[in-house]
Design a protein around this ligand. Structure first.
Ligand code: NAP
Length: 257
């Protein structure tokens, strides 16, 4: 039996990872801020799948929260074999509509926490000669639009760079870049989603199945779903200046409001 640690495990994509990994027989360390919800999730997954599920309450926008999770990842006697850096959120509004405090919180959760937790996990995994890290980014990483996309571009670049550095060590790293997924994300950010066409929505369980498949194939980047693969392939061919204009216009029309 192996152990996976999932940040942001209680909702959306993180909860889908927890369900799938528990069903596959992995023990879990569940991380989020809401202790009651974490405990309920741990009990449910233990009862349903017979796995051990630890609860670790941590706010990854704080140094104390990041340190608590990093310490757990570094425990050599209870190793973590798979880290899913998934916790994240959106801020409603364009640049300057969002307060600097909220912008910095996003960078702390999306970038600093991912950097420090990946580092803690990978150090221990490299000693054992095996392990995996999935860093949840977004297709927003590939279009020049907003702080959210910029933070996710960092996640993709960082993850693929470290994956190269660790090639041959037995430790795999993969960035996961989904399109729109039906989760609590948009509601939590106060964003309306009525403009987003139905065909653009992905199911969290399918995203996770595709991600784990790609991880097992040794990919360093996973874009689940052929529709988004095609869109992102086309985006690569468009000059960046033009891409910014297109994504801004289509985002206003079809994106979260
Ligand atoms: N939904 C989409 O369309 C979409 C698309 C592409 C990428 N993503 C990315 O996928 C990841 C998961 O998003 P989701 O859509 O599944 O969101 P979600 O349904 O809102 O779930 C977010 C999870 O993260 C936890 N979390 C939030 N802030 C945290 C913090 N400061 N410290 C610790 N845990 C925190 C939440 O629990 P607590 O509130 O209890 O802490 C919750 O478990 C994010 O990184 C997001 O950027 C989402």
């Amino acid at each position: 039996m192996t152990t996976a640690l999932i940040t942001g495990s209680t909702a959306g994509i993180g909860a889908a990872f927890a369900r799938r990994l528990a069903a596959d027989g992995h023990n879990l360390v569940l991380v989020a801020r809401d202790t009651k919800r974490l405990r309920e999730q741990a009990t449910e997954l233990h009862d349903r799948h017979g796995i051990e599920a630890e609860v670790l309450t941590a706010d990854l926008s704080t140094d104390a929260g990041i340190e608590a999770v990093a310490t757990r990842l570094g425990e050599r006697r209870h190793p973590v074999d798979l880290l899913i850096n998934n916790a994240g959120f959106g801020n409603k509004g364009k640049f300057l509509d969002v307060s600097m405090a909220d912008e910095l919180t996003m960078l702390k959760v999306h970038c600093e926490a991912v950097l420090r937790l990946t580092s803690a996990a990978v150090e221990a995994m490299r000693e054992r000669g095996r392990g995996g890290v999935v860093n949840v980014a977004s297709v927003a990483a590939f279009v020049p639009r907003g702080t959210y996309g910029a933070s996710k571009a960092w996640v993709v670049q960082f993850t693929q760079g470290v994956a190269k550095d660790l090639a041959g060590s037995g430790v795999r790293l993969m960035a996961l870049a989904p399109g729109f997924v039906r989760t609590e994300f948009h509601e939590r950010a106060g964003m309306g989603t009525d403009n987003i066409p139905n065909w653009m929505w992905l199911d969290a369980d399918k995203v996770v199945a595709a991600a784990l498949d790609d991880l097992s194939r040794g990919k360093s980047l996973s874009i689940p779903d052929p529709r988004y693969k095609t869109l992102m392939g086309a985006a690569k061919l468009v000059p960046r200046g033009m891409l910014g204009g297109i994504s801004s216009r289509t985002g206003r029309k079809y994106g979260p409001q």
